[in-house]
Write a protein that binds this ligand. Structure first.
Ligand code: THU
Length: 129
């Protein structure tokens, strides 16, 4: 099974494919599933700015669309800067489990936190019952 640092390196590689002509902010993400598979993603922007999709959601959608939705961890990367997932992505990640590890750079260090710590008291399927 890949280490956190190895998954972070996969997110870095994925950032090379970022389509970010509007923000110039290139992001990569990599998902590791319980089966040991890796799915990477990058942000994909659009001339209709609000139509951009973040790297994390691209990577997760790739895993889920391959029928592999037992997500163990997700790493997110941008060059030379701290970056933690945006609110929409936190909600998107938490859909697939409260214990998913999120790997990102904070104060210059690569750290790992559980999604439930990044999005406490989240809205989820239990609220729809
Ligand atoms: N972005 C991501 O891909 N992931 C994040 O966690 C934060 C933001 C993208 C969206 C947009 O293409 C660009 O970064 C600037 O917001």
């Amino acid at each position: 099974m890949l280490s956190d640092n190895q998954l972070y390196a996969k997110a870095k590689t994925a950032s090379q494919n970022a389509y970010a002509p509007y923000s110039q902010f290139k992001v990569g993400a990599a998902v590791l599933t319980e089966s040991g598979s890796i799915y990477s993603g990058c942000n994909v922007e659009n001339a209709s700015y609000g139509n951009a999709i973040c790297a994390e959601r691209v990577a997760i959608a790739k895993a889920v669309s391959e029928g592999d939705r037992n997500i163990r961890s997700i790493a997110v990367y941008t060059e030379g800067k701290d970056l933690s997932p945006c609110g929409i992505c936190r909600q998107f990640i938490s859909e697939f489990g409260s214990k998913i590890t999120v790997i990102y750079r904070s104060s210059g260090q690569i750290i790992a936190k559980e999604i439930s710590d990044l999005l406490p008291d989240s809205f989820s399927k239990k609220d729809l019952r």
